[in-house]
Design a protein around this ligand. Sequence first.
Ligand SMILES: Nc1ncnc2c1ncn2[C@@H]1O[C@H](COP(=O)(O)OP(=O)(O)O)[C@@H](O)[C@H]1O
Ligand SMILES: Cc1cn([C@H]2C[C@H](O)[C@@H](COP(=O)(O)O)O2)c(=O)[nH]c1=O
Ligand SMILES: [Zn+2]
Length: 188
Amino acid sequence: MPAGSLTVICGSMFSGKTEELIRLVRRALYARRTVQVFKPALDTRDPATVIRSHNGALHEALAVESSASLYLSIAPETQVIAIEEAQFFDEDIFSVCQALADEGKEVIVSGLDMDFRGAPFGAMPSLIAVADNVVKLRAICAVCGGDAARSQRLLDGQPAPASAPTVLIGATEHYEARCRQCHRVPED
Ligand SMILES: Nc1ncnc2c1ncn2[C@@H]1O[C@H](COP(=O)(O)OP(=O)(O)O)[C@@H](O)[C@H]1O
Ligand SMILES: Cc1cn([C@H]2C[C@H](O)[C@@H](COP(=O)(O)O)O2)c(=O)[nH]c1=O
Ligand SMILES: [Zn+2]
């Protein structure tokens, strides 16, 4: 059995996670490896059949409703499994990724490590803990131009309150990349 692995690409919004995931997928395809790319059906920004970076890079993908459905969709011959927006999956995504890596698959996961409050997001912190490789990317802070590790949610131009729902699908209409100093989340 080949040695499996788990690589996690994390960071704020606009930090280049999707670009990096697509780069690794294309590299695997050049190496003639069999690849499947998944995303959560919850992410409705693009058609269910693609993942797309903020600067327009595209790759085909399969949208799945749950971690269980992702696992059941994997063909036995698949060698590389890429999973986009992992923070949106149910908590079983952790055991699914671990099982796949233990079965000899190369698993590449990308997702937000923090939500708009700066709190750990979904299964991402656990995945980071057990990953063989972690790539943490940074965007450019929309306020000061420094390195941004956080995602600011704005409502009518003001920082969204901590009580806002964790999930709000969107891009520049709702979010900015911000550094620790410029990031704000008002108390309720
Ligand atoms: N504040 C920003 N900092 C860096 N890149 C940005 C920013 N805003 C927009 N971009 C664009 O977003 C691209 C990264 O998009 P993407 O890979 O989809 O990021 P992520 O998946 O982390 O949200 C960059 O190459 C750049 O063209
Ligand atoms: C911070 C934050 C983000 N989201 C949503 C917004 C986008 O639909 C995705 C992140 O996409 P990206 O590829 O990383 O740019 O997540 C959210 O629902 N809740 C949040 O707190
Ligand atoms: Zn800043």
